[in-house]
Write a protein that binds this ligand. Structure first.
Ligand code: ZN
Length: 209
């Protein structure tokens, strides 16, 4: 996970220094894509922080961090286009996105209380508690796994759009791909980490027998 996070930061910073030849800011990239794709009811706003970029389906808003919103770098174009990829998923009713959204409450519950119940069950020597903790944590793992196709699909849509609409030219597309690939690795790392954690809980449960 540390490697994935360092990698995404490094790649992001490298291409954050490289301006696109067209010079569109992240905000302009997002607005252009949405307009060209016929999406008129989603606004593009700036939000505080770094790497806080996201699409909020309930508010119908693409929120870009200030650095992305105002920057005309390859990183900014890639990330702005990625968030528009989520908008298009929403417009199309992309199944994995809906499923992922419906998993949020269970996943929050699972990642918060799953580990507590497993450890509590272990120390109090109550097998049922451990099992409930494992089931809860499995919901959190499922959420991280379902996140993968959603994120990969948004990036693949983004890369096609910036190329097809001429927002990025030639070699610049490679830079955008590198930024989005690095970001994808952080989601893979998170899912793998949660998988290993679940495995550890199962080993703890079995070790009691
Ligand atoms: Zn995303």
């Amino acid at each position: 996970m540390a490697w994935a996070q360092a990698n995404v930061r490094g790649t992001y910073e490298r291409y954050a220094e490289q301006a696109s030849s067209l010079g569109m800011t992240g905000a302009q990239v997002a607005r252009t894509i949405l307009a060209k794709m016929g999406v008129s009811d989603v606004k593009v706003e700036s939000v505080a922080g770094q790497l806080t970029d996201h699409y909020d389906p309930s508010a119908k808003a693409v929120r870009l961090s200030e650095g992305i919103y105002n920057s005309s770098s390859l990183s900014a174009a890639a990330i702005a286009a990625h968030e528009c990829g989520h908008v298009l998923q929403d417009v199309e009713g992309y199944q994995f996105m809906n499923f992922r959204a419906s998993m949020v409450p269970a996943a929050n519950l699972g990642s918060q209380f799953g580990p507590m119940l497993v450890l509590g069950g272990f120390f109090l020597n109550i097998a049922g508690l451990i099992n409930v903790g494992i089931v809860l944590f499995a919901a959190a793992l499922l959420f991280h796994v379902v996140t993968l196709p959603v994120e990969f699909d948004a990036s693949s849509r983004a890369l096609k759009l910036v190329d097809r609409l001429g927002i990025l030219q030639g070699e610049e597309n490679k830079g955008a791909r590198a930024v989005l690939n690095a970001a994808a690795w952080t989601y893979v790392a998170t899912a793998v980490y949660a998988g290993l954690q679940l495995l550890q809980y199962i080993i703890i449960a079995r070790g009691r027998d």
